[in-house]
Design a protein around this ligand. Structure first.
Ligand code: SAM
Ligand code: SF4
Length: 339
């Protein structure tokens, strides 16, 4: 099913279901400059001590080794990646690695105004910016900090310095962001941004998730179609992408719905994650991690890292099981894993 892509690696990261892993998400920090309620605690956040976080050289070494077993797509995330000092220097190193075909970043946009130009110059190819609302009041209810205008300014600055294919990610919360769906779509269409809505997942630090608060893709589609007319399913370029994409009936703009809760897409998953302190995870919802930092800081050679990657992939579960009776919420919240 998924054997048909990219350069063929003898030692590719293929799991028991035949899923070929080519996509790596690198978290560079667990710190953040806002406090979204669906992710972080409101206060007294227990961040990892700095010395536990991987240094940039360690991240680059890990990634270089990962490219030798088929990883070709990278996304930098966190926490908020732009709060990590001189992130552009890491991006410049990653951009140089042979075999990397895509290098993207997910950010809340608060610091984009000051960093967009540096990031572009460093070789970053694509940007995903999280934006759940255009209303300051709702922004503050979500982020527990002010800042919607700062984010909007950052998005426009990113466009000004030449980022193309800017994508906005909106987390949809029932009872809170229904009113934002149509304005976000209008804003995105008019500026040429792609918009993706994502369902709320049980990954919050505080116990705030409830299936009643999931604004499902089905409801979102209805809200959008009421405003814009029928959504037309778009051609799928990448079978591994979690979003189902649609075009607006008038042909202006594209919209994606990511429905991990109501329509899980685990069967096509090709992702691995490295947490900021160097633990490999085979799923957002994994309850086990593989310790790459111990290898990176010890005497072992790159073969040990390759073996660790393979072990981690071999143990991947078929699906996350949200909604199943025996579903176990992971110990860590989204900001600690890397979203
Ligand atoms: N700080 C950056 C940001 O917000 O874009 C990058 C890290 S953040 C953890 C990555 C993405 O995870 C964001 O788009 C955010 O909306 C999403 N996210 C956080 N908590 C979530 C949850 N409980 N369910 C679904 N998505 C979540
Ligand atoms: Fe920070 Fe991103 Fe989590 Fe919001 S979702 S608290 S911006 S890490």
């Amino acid at each position: 099913m998924t054997h048909d892509e990219g350069p063929q690696f003898e030692n590719a990261l293929i799991d028991r279901l035949g899923r070929v892993h080519t996509n790596l998400r690198l978290s560079v920090t667990d710190r953040c400059n806002i406090r979204c309620f669906y992710c972080m605690p409101a206060e007294n956040v227990e961040y990892r001590p700095h010395e536990e976080l991987l240094h940039y050289e360690e991240i680059v070494r890990f990634t270089r080794v990962a490219t030798t077993v088929g990883i070709n797509k990278l996304r930098i995330t966190g926490g908020e990646p732009l709060v990590r000092r001189d992130l552009h220097t890491l991006i410049a190193e990653l951009a140089k690695l042979p075999g990397i075909e895509d290098l993207a970043l997910t950010t809340n946009g608060m610091l984009l105004g000051e960093q967009a130009e540096l990031l572009k110059a460093a070789g970053l190819k694509r940007l995903n910016i999280s934006l759940d609302t255009l209303r300051e009041e709702t922004f503050q209810r979500i982020a527990r900090r002010p800042g919607v205008q700062q984010v909007l300014d950052g998005i426009l600055e990113a466009q000004r310095v030449g980022f193309q294919q800017i994508r906005l990610n909106a987390l949809a919360i029932a009872g809170l962001t229904e009113q934002d769906v149509v304005p976000l779509a209008e804003f995105s269409r008019s500026h040429g941004f792609e918009l993706r809505f994502i369902e709320f997942m049980p990954l919050s630090a505080e116990d705030v998730w409830d299936s009643e608060r999931v604004l499902t893709g089905k409801t979102l589609r209805r809200l959008l179609e009421e405003a814009f007319g029928p959504l037309v399913p778009a051609k799928r370029n990448d079978p591994h992408q979690p979003a189902v994409d649609y075009q607006f009936a008038d042909g202006q703009g594209k919209i994606g719905l990511i429905n991990p809760v109501s329509e899980p897409f685990c069967g096509n998953c090709n992702r691995l994650r490295l947490t900021a302190e160097g633990q490999i995870r085979n799923c957002l919802f994994a309850t086990r991690e593989w310790d790459a930092r111990a290898i990176l800081r010890g005497e072992a050679d790159d073969d040990e890292l390759r073996k660790l990657l393979r072990d981690c992939v071999a143990a991947k579960q078929p699906a996350h099981g949200i909604g199943a009776d025996d579903f176990e919420k992971p110990q860590r919240a989204m900001y600690q894993i890397g979203g």
